[in-house]
Design a protein around this ligand. Sequence first.
Ligand code: DAH
Length: 340
Amino acid sequence: MPEQTDSLLEEALQALEAASDAAALQVWRTGYLGRKGQVSELMKLISTLPKEERPAFGQAANELKRTLETAFEARQEALAREELAGELAAEGLDVTLPGRPIGPGHLHITTQTLRQNYAIFAEMGFQVYESPDVETDELNFGLLNMPPHHPARDMWDTFWISDEIVLRTHTSPGQIRVMRERHPEPIRVILPGKCYRYEQITARSEHQFYQVEGLAVGHGITMTDLIGTLTEFARRLYGPERRIRIRGSYFPFTEPSIEADMDCILCLGEGCRVCKQSGWLEIGGAGMVHPVVLQNGGYDPEEWSGFAFGLGVERPAMLKYEIDDIRLFYGNDLRFLRQF
Ligand code: DAH
């Protein structure tokens, strides 16, 4: 009886079109597709029909049901879209307007500082050499003249990955890597990179920070070359009137070892809060490469000599820009980053 299914189809589609909100849709669904709805009722008629008419009727009824289900879903989606459009219109939001352009951004303050370092050292003939953040205990300590249980290891609070693997606590292991790769050629490189220390995070100390290591190996290199290089660096970065002060120090991988200070860039040596009234700011550790380290790198210390230094990156930037909290560097707050 296709007439019956046809007329039900027509009526149902009209009613569906008239349903204009979610509640009306549910009423429609129950009325037509529900367990006691009109389609179910129609299907019950099957048993009253002569045998030969049943298959055709059954098929038509099933088709009707599928058609109505599809129509229901389409109507539901259309209503949801209309509702959303209504909400957007009420909010006064025009989604067809072009979006706000995304700005090109700019380099992070650390990257800018690093690049200033690279440029200055490049002019003095230093190449940039990169070495890995994850190091072996042997490179981070052993080959730098700190065998297992050497007390100097305590100078670095270390993140251990396993018994033999560490997150490098300083960029110095790169010295061994570059020497082993380059020997027996002379070397003049800087080794910039991130270092990691198992430290309490405070306004003054982070557990990750950058260093710029320097290494020069050649014939007849002396402490004078080291002091000259550091002085030149400080003057190019902070102004030609900078003065450098050298203090004796200790590092296992240099002999002799020094610490270099420059006169305070804020008070020019008068004494202020930033330099703690001393007039001097620390710029880094340095020294003449220890004979054992030269040897570990493949250079005969009888023939070769060298100097090395390790400079901070964030701390000097903090002084220069008067940043009072080191955590700001990697906190990813745009209000901070946009200032540089
Ligand atoms: N690696 C040292 C540190 O992190 C810094 C340093 C001192 C590097 C003296 C050097 C050096 O190359 O000669 O504390």
